[in-house]
Ligand binder design. Sequence first.
Ligand code: HEC
Length: 196
Amino acid sequence: MLLLGVMVWLLGQPAIAWAAPTVPHTDDLARAVQEIENLDGLRSGLASSLEGSTDEPTMQTMKEVCRPVGMQAKKLSQENGWQVKQLASKYRNPDHAPDNLHARMAIAAFEQHPDLVGFWDRETLGDQTGSRYYRRIDVEASCLACHGLQNNRPQFVKDNYPQDLAFDFQVGDLRGMYAVFIPDELQMAIQDAVSP
Ligand code: HEC
């Protein structure tokens, strides 16, 4: 009976010991999801502010749509120790080409399942294991000014992106995805910091 009692006590311990550290873990993942929603909202807002304007987008207006998204992704990476990227098989900036097999599979999954908005994957990037969040990016009417027909692309796009593949899209097409990698190491550091 005593042995049984000890076993029950032992079984009870890990549950208590584990409960606290998992809280910041899920917090960080949830925060990444929220930050990506904010990032996507930033682009949609900026792109729709161009709509109705009859002027052809210039270098200046471009800076006000997709470049700030890239800059904000960098900032999120630096501030959190995450790796925040935009990835697309039809990319404009070659830095945004899919960076591993998992990413290519994620794009295929979004292509096949239009209702799939986002999901988490377990991955090893470089020498780090961690969790990677993928979130789809769809084409809206406001994107077509710069991602529509090849010949209608603004001059600055033709001039600055000789390897451009990000055109001939239609509303509702998959444009690409966001990818946020959170290394386990970082998770453990956060857990250590909050543990008594
Ligand atoms: C004013 C022109 C313009 C508009 C409007 C625009 N984009 Fe872009 N987009 C660009 C340029 C230029 C780049 C490359 C930026 C860079 O070098 O990082 C780009 C890059 C991207 C990328 C990163 C992947 C890649 O191809 O390099 C995504 C994703 C994207 N755009 C989605 C959208 C979506 C979605 C919309 C509409 C909501 C939109 N864009 C509207 C000009 C535009």
